[in-house]
Ligand binder design. Structure first.
Ligand code: MN
Length: 748
């Protein structure tokens, strides 16, 4: 190998291209000049210069500068006469995804319309399609459509895909096949729904060629051969039709028509037809200048060749779901060949080619008003179609899907395995969990959304991937009912909590009753032996129901215990015993300061995990280590207060409702408690105190700040601590901060 002599071989490439060269060479300016003004073309050029700079140094697999790709995409869209903003967005469509430039910068330079479009395309690009199941493909199409606010995002994406398909050659084979399959499964059907036929046909043939190269080649050869054989016949019929139209004074273009390869293939496959059965149809298109002329042309051809009965279709009066309009008829041609004829106006031809994109063909100014008018017209167009669909009773397929864009009431998200779930808008991770499986919902403790931990209550967005983290033994939280939106989640949580509350009430009721029975030296066995008569007397169906009643506070344990004692006394012919000593029994249910003796040696042990039937009073926030008292509250079970809570005095009148309780020794829960911190007003004081709390690994549940004067404020924190020792350590830690004047625990 020798180093070339630069003098002998002048360098051909290293001269850097001027920024404008690729723009001019792309052929885009010429296409734009057909329908845009000079100032609009200048703005498109600015987008090009910005994009070229952003993608500088990046190359496509083919080795070309990257910017050639967005330019080609823009040119496809210019062919559909999309407006200047859409063309700018097409040129910038990979900038957010592939360069460090943020959406805000695009908005600042080119306005929000362009920035929103680019952002929309980037979001679509991030959604990856992995499953190959057909129903999943359908959901994926829905998801793509549901993700976009502006239908032009989809149109840009389709043009992007078309150019990628045209230049697929540089890709490694396995990637090529994947992209081709995705094109056939996802993008071509979307183009079809939007009525963008020219684009769809090209996507399908390119996709077919790559996904089934052998079949494509065989079929292409067969078409070529058949075409040669029929060339003369086609020319003769075309000529005959054109002549007759001219004689009748109709301005018309007459074209011979051929099915594209993929549609031949699909027809052969789905209807099990031979190649000649599909291909040996002579088809023509007549394009005239008005609706009126369509019907006149129909009369002319029906006069020329006899129509096949029952084959005439008027898609002008009743357009197809994607906006397609034409007259269709079938004729008996020469040599009794069947001839298919489509008749349409130039406008209809345009819609048949570019579908929904035709709505940008009307030249509008670039004001917001004009833009919103275009959007409005599209919406009206689609709504109109919806009406038509209802009346015509055709397949709702297209509208079912475009509707999502117009009436966004669903979201589509991925499971970790790449399945797509459809949920109502506003659905949260908990809804998702229940949609996956009831057990997943019941045991979920956290969620990862797009691989980031997120609150279970976060509403899900289209295209997110959601993973639910479950823990054995975890159970639904009543607060979920505040944010779930699906009926399944709501019903399952409610039902679970109902059962749970019952279980917990039964367990608590049984403990309370055992404790009361001890005052009479009785046991649960004594109760069970006489359950029949007791249950009848209390009008309950089972012992569990009785326990539940007690646990919920609807019935008092001491009274049930006394009734049992009376019953037993009656059986044995003796007077019922007074409880072991009335004073003693009462003392079990009465705090010392109410005149009882010291609490009984075996009070009810509280663990903090009893569930919904034992709650901790919000007025005094008891924590382990505090002397506590329980108060039975009808329907709610036991509420725990601190002995020093001032609300306790309110309950003096009902000593029978007091339950002696004490903390279990090994408690692992955290309990909320309120502390009040007096601080000097100074910048950052809240942050400093909050940081001190976090340093101790303590969660802050709530903060309330109150400014007293220019010098001092109080900050009330609700924090979660394990016990009094833990709280004391926290308070010492906070007291050490200079700006803190005083700190105290808040009590009811
Ligand atoms: Mn691209």
């Amino acid at each position: 190998m020798s180093i070339p002599d630069p003098a002998a071989h002048p360098p051909s490439l290293p001269v850097p291209l001027r920024a404008g060269d690729l723009f001019a060479r792309s052929g885009l300016p010429e296409v734009l000049a057909e329908y845009l003004g000079e100032d609009e073309i200048a703005r498109v050029r600015q987008a090009y210069e910005f994009g070229a700079e952003a993608h500088k140094g990046q190359r496509r697999l083919s080795g070309e500068p990257y910017i050639t790709h967005p330019l080609a995409v823009a040119k496809i869209l210019a062919g559909m006469h999309m407006n200047a903003e859409c063309i700018q967005a097409a040129i910038l469509h990979d900038v957010i995804e592939d360069t460090p430039i943020p959406k805000e910068e695009i908005a600042a330079r080119f306005g929000h319309e362009v920035a929103d479009l680019v952002d929309g395309v980037s979001k679509l690009t991030q959604i990856r399609f992995e499953s190959h199941m057909e129903e999943q493909a359908e959901n994926f199409r829905k998801m793509l459509l549901a993700t976009v606010q502006d239908i032009r995002v989809i149109i840009i994406k389709l043009a992007d895909r078309l150019h990628n398909m045209r230049t697929l050659g540089s890709m490694p084979p396995h990637k090529r096949r994947r992209i081709a399959r995705e094109t056939l499964e996802i993008y071509a059907p979307i183009a079809n729904r939007l009525g963008m036929n020219t684009l769809r046909v090209e996507l399908e043939d390119l996709g077919f060629a790559v996904s089934h190269p052998m079949r494509y080649r065989v079929l292409a050869a067969a078409v070529k051969k058949a075409r040669g054989n029929r060339k003369e016949v086609v020319a003769r019929i075309r000529e005959a039709i054109a002549q007759r139209l001219e004689q009748e004074g109709l301005q018309a273009r007459v074209q011979g028509r051929e099915k594209h390869l993929y549609s031949i293939y699909e027809k052969m496959r789905s209807k099990r037809l031979s190649f000649s059965e599909v291909f040996d149809v002579y088809a023509f298109r007549i394009i005239v200048d008005s609706v009126d002329a369509c019907y006149r042309a129909l009369g002319v051809v029906h006069n020329l060749y006899k129509p096949v009965p029952g084959k005439f279709k008027d898609y002008i009066a009743i357009p197809k779901a994607n906006g397609y309009q034409s007259l269709h008829t079938v004729l008996f041609g020469p040599y009794s060949l069947p001839i298919e004829v489509q008749i349409r106006s130039e406008d209809m031809e345009k819609v048949a080619e570019v579908g929904v994109a035709a709505h940008w063909l009307y030249k509008l100014g670039d004001s917001d008003y004009a833009h919103s008018k275009t959007q409005k017209r599209i919406r009206e167009w689609m709504r109109g179609l919806l009406e038509l669909q209802k009346n015509a009773g055709n397949s709702l397929d297209f509208l079912e899907n475009v509707k999502i864009d117009l009436f966004p009431d669903e979201v589509y998200v991925f499971t970790p395995k790449g399945q797509i779930m459809e949920l109502p808008r506003g659905a949260t991770a908990v809804d998702f969990a229940y949609a996956v499986h009831t057990d997943v919902g019941n045991t979920c403790v956290a969620a990862k959304i797009d691989r980031q931990l997120a609150p279970l209550s976060s509403p899900l967005q289209n295209g997110q991937s959601v993973e639910i983290i479950t823990a054995p033994g975890a159970r639904p939280n009543p607060s979920w009912l505040n944010f779930v939106v699906t009926a399944k989640a709501r019903a399952t949580i409610r039902n679970y909590l109902k059962n749970l509350k019952r279980e917990e009430s039964i367990a608590l009721g049984q403990r309370l009753l055992e404790q009361a029975l001890r005052g009479y030296a009785l046991t649960l066995a004594d109760l069970e032996a006489r359950s029949a008569s007791l249950l009848a007397e209390f009008n309950t169906r089972s012992l569990d129901d009785l326990f539940e009643d007690i646990g919920l506070g609807n019935r008092l344990a001491p009274l049930v215990a006394r009734r049992l004692e009376e019953l037993i006394a009656g059986e044995r012919g003796r007077h019922p015993r007074r409880p072991r000593a009335i004073r003693e029994v009462f003392s079990r249910y009465m705090p010392a300061w109410l005149g009882g003796s010291r609490p009984s040696p075996r009070p009810l042990a509280i663990k903090g995990t009893e569930g919904m039937v034992v709650t901790f009073a919000k007025c005094c926030h008891p924590i382990p280590g505090d002397p506590i008292q329980g108060f039975v509250s009808a329907g709610r079970g036991i509420v725990i207060h601190t002995e020093s809570c001032k609300n306790i005095k309110e309950f003096r009148k009902h000593p029978e409702k007091w339950v002696s309780v004490q903390w279990e020794s090994d408690i692992e829960e955290d309990f909320p408690v309120e502390i009040r911190v007096y601080v000097v007003n100074q910048r950052g004081v809240l942050a400093t105190v909050a940081a001190a709390i976090s340093e101790m690994d303590i969660n802050i549940d709530n903060v309330v700040i109150e400014e007293h004067d220019s010098k001092y404020s109080t900050i009330d924190f609700t924090v979660a601590v394990r016990d009094r020792v833990h709280l004391a350590r926290l308070m010492r830690h906070i007291r050490n901060i200079d700006m803190v004047v005083r700190i105290s625990r808040k009590k009811g």
